[in-house]
Ligand binder design. Structure first.
Ligand SMILES: [Zn+2]
Length: 183
């Protein structure tokens, strides 16, 4: 991807609940992204690019979850197995880590959070962190394409960054696949 110190690799939500077949919000093929992402992490590291890992990190009850009035099965509850990084993912030490949804917000984007009840927006601080390091463009990979990866890319562009999504290193939730009627 041509990394250099003005680039950042954003590794979005490669966590057990999304990437493991037994995870509560398993994304089909999610386990396949780790190897390609690890190659990207190595390239980014070699080139002195910034590396960012995000994690969905929810309280036990949040309007993000269906049981509390939202739309998702319970997933990525703070300090549980489901919220841990998928074990095949290489997590380097000198990286920025962002936890999303900690205060009960919907945490789709790595940049911004949204209160599901008041719709109030707040920031994760990532844009400022990247700007302070001179980052001008981001490369995005991880889970899931149609929610967190997409929202992260849209917000990156809003922040004036150039954004590239590595299509092979992401998979979609596809909440209502056309082949699965009756949901
Ligand atoms: Zn979530």
């Amino acid at each position: 991807m041509g990394y250099d110190p003005a680039a950042a690799l954003l590794v979005v939500d490669v966590q057990n609940d999304f990437a493991d077949r037994t995870g509560s919000l398993y994304v089909a093929g999610g386990e396949e992204v780790a190897e390609l992402i690890n190659q990207q992490v190595a390239s980014a590291q070699d080139a002195g690019a910034v590396i960012v890992y995000t994690q969905d990190w929810h309280p036990r009850s949040t309007p993000h979850f269906a049981k509390d009035g939202g739309m998702w099965p319970v997933h990525c509850v703070a300090d549980t197995w489901g919220a841990e990084f998928y074990p095949d993912l290489v997590v380097v030490d000198n990286a920025i880590r962002i936890r999303k949804g900690v205060g009960g917000e919907d945490g789709y984007s790595a940049f911004n959070l949204r209160d599901p009840e008041s719709a109030e927006q707040s920031t994760t601080g990532l844009a400022d962190s990247l700007r302070s390091r001179g980052v001008e463009r981001v490369v995005i990979a991880g889970l899931a394409l149609d929610y967190c990866v997409k929202e992260t890319a849209v917000d990156a562009i809003s922040e004036g960054l150039t954004a590239t999504v590595i299509a092979d290193a992401t998979r979609a939730v596809n909440l209502r696949p056309v082949t699965e009627p009756g949901r």
